[in-house]
Design a protein around this ligand. Structure first.
Ligand code: FAD
Length: 368
C-alpha cells in the first residue's frame, strides 16, 4: 500500500459498487466511486422500485445455501442506513409436474431444513383465490422473502457514503482501465488508487476483453399493472412469486409500498443493446400479460400502468464473477438475480481486497 490509509476506486454506482464502497469504508479504506451517469442512475440494473429476495433456488444450491448470509448482510446494512426498505410478504412458487423447478426447490428446502409450507389445490383456492388452480399440484411458500425496495436502498447508501467522506463522482464514464496500476481514465483525467474494483454492470464488456467474450447484456421487461377491485383483497396480503409452474419463468411482486402489481416473465428476456433498446413497446406489455393467462384469473381485467425495460449482465451458468487482475478486481454479481445478494457481495469484495481474492471468487461462484 502506498499510503497509511489505503485508497480504493470503485467504478459503478449500482448496488454492487455502492455496497462494496460501504464495506470497504467500514474497514478503513478511503474510497472514491466513479459513475458514468447521475447518482443514482436510473439506467442501472439496480434501479427500480423493488427487487425480489427469495430463498427458492432450484438447481443452484450454492445460492440457496448463501441466503442466510445474505439476510445477515442486509440486516447489517439496514442498521447502518437506519432504515429497513424491505416488504416481507413471503414468496410462493407453484408446482405443476413432478420434478419441475418448484418441486426441486422444495427438495432443496427439505435437504437444508429451510422453513416452508405447501398448499394443496383446495388450500390454494381458499388462500390464493386470484390464482387459476387448474393443473397445480401444490404451492410452495416461505414466510421469508419479499420485496427489497431497491431505489430506497440505493438512495440511502449514497447518503451514507457521502456522510462518511466517500468521494462520489457522477457523470464521469470510465473510458479505459489500466488494471496493473489500478488506474481508471475519465474525461476529467486519470484516477489512481492502491486498489480498484470495477463493478460496471453492462458496461463491463466495453472495459475488459474477458467480459466481452464471456458475458452479454440481457434486456428484461416488467409490467406494472393495477389489480381490479375484485382481486384487491386477495392481493393485499399475497406473497411475491418466483415460478408459477411450466417453463416460462414467471416471477413478480404483489402491490406494495405504493406500487402496483409487478409482472415479470423470464422467457421474454433476450440479448439486447442497452444503448438503443431502453424503450418498452406495446408488444412487450402484451406478451407479458398473455403469459399470465390461465395463471392469474381474469388477467385481462388487470390494467397495465407502465412497462419498463432494463438490462442486466449475464455470465456463464448465471454465475457471479469476481476476477482478480493485479491490484484490480473485476466484479459482476448479477446474471439477473444479484440484487438480493448485494449487501453480501459488498462484504465479499471487501474480504477479497484484504485476503485471498481467488478463494472469495470461488465462494461467490459456488466453486470448490
Ligand atoms: C428487470 C430486472 C429485474 C431484476 N429482478 C431482480 C430480482 O427480482 N431480484 C434480484 O436479486 N435481482 C434482480 N435483477 C438483477 C439485479 O438488479 C442486478 O443483479 C443488480 O442490480 C446488478 O447490480 P450492479 O451493481 O452489478 O449493476 P448496475 O446496477 O447496473 O450498476 C452498474 C453501474 O455501473 C455504471 N457504469 C457502467 N459503465 C461504466 C463506466 N464505463 N464508467 C463508470 N460507470 C459505469 C452504470 O451506469 C451503472 O450505474 C433484475 C434485473 C433486471 C434488469
Amino acid at each position: 500500500m502506498s499510503t497509511l490509509t489505503p485508497t480504493l476506486t470503485v467504478v459503478g454506482g449500482g448496488i454492487n459498487g455502492l455496497a462494496t464502497a460501504r464495506a470497504a469504508t467500514l474497514r478503513g479504506w478511503q474510497v472514491t466511486l466513479v459513475e458514468a451517469g447521475p447518482l443514482p442512475n436510473p439506467h442501472a440494473a439496480s434501479w427500480d422500485h423493488h427487487r425480489l429476495i427469495r430463498s427458492h433456488y432450484a438447481g443452484q444450491p450454492h445460492y440457496a445455501a448463501r441466503m442466510g448470509e445474505a439476510w445477515a448482510a442486509w440486516d447489517r446494512l439496514f442498521t447502518d442506513i437506519a432504515a429497513r426498505p424491505y416488504v416481507p410478504r413471503g414468496v410462493m412458487a407453484l408446482s405443476q409436474a413432478e420434478g419441475d423447478w418448484t418441486d426441486r426447490a422444495r427438495m432443496a428446502f427439505e435437504e437444508t431444513g429451510l422453513p416452508h409450507r405447501t398448499l394443496d389445490q383446495a388450500e390454494i383456492a381458499r388462500e390464493l383465490p386470484m390464482l387459476e388452480p387448474d393443473g397445480l399440484r401444490y404451492a410452495l411458500l416461505t414466510e421469508d422473502g419479499g420485496a427489497l425496495l431497491s431505489d430506497r436502498i440505493v438512495e440511502a447508501l449514497l447518503h451514507w457514503l457521502a456522510a462518511r467522506g466517500v468521494t462520489l463522482i457522477a457523470n464521469s464514464p470510465v473510458t479505459a482501465v489500466d488494471a496493473a496500476t489500478a488506474t481508471v481514465h475519465t474525461a476529467q483525467g486519470p484516477i489512481t488508487a492502491d486498489r480498484l474494483v470495477v463493478a460496471a454492470g453492462v458496461g463491463l464488456p466495453a472495459l475488459d476483453p474477458w467480459f466481452a467474450e464471456h458475458t452479454h447484456a440481457r434486456r428484461a421487461t416488467v409490467v406494472y399493472a393495477d389489480v381490479p377491485d375484485k382481486w384487491q383483497d386477495a392481493w393485499s396480503t399475497a406473497p411475491a412469486w418466483v415460478d408459477l409452474g411450466g417453463e416460462d419463468d414467471l416471477w413478480g411482486i404483489p402491490p406494495c409500498a405504493g406500487q402496483p402489481l409487478k409482472l415479470g416473465y423470464g422467457l421474454h428476456t433476450r440479448p439486447g443493446d442497452p444503448a438503443t433498446e431502453r424503450a418498452a413497446t406495446e408488444a412487450d406489455t402484451e406478451t407479458i400479460l398473455m403469459a399470465y393467462r390461465d395463471r392469474f384469473r381474469e388477467i385481462e381485467t388487470y390494467a397495465p400502468d407502465r412497462t419498463v425495460a432494463n438490462f442486466y449482465l449475464m455470465a456463464p451458468d448465471q454465475s457471479f464473477v469476481l476476477r482478480p487482475d493485479g491490484p484490480t478486481l473485476w466484479l459482476s454479481a448479477d446474471s439477473g438475480h444479484g440484487f438480493k445478494f448485494g449487501a453480501l457481495t459488498g462484504e465479499d469484495v471487501a474480504d477479497a481486497l484484504e485476503g485471498d481474492a481467488g478463494k472469495v471468487a470461488d465462494r461467490m461462484a459456488g466453486r470448490g
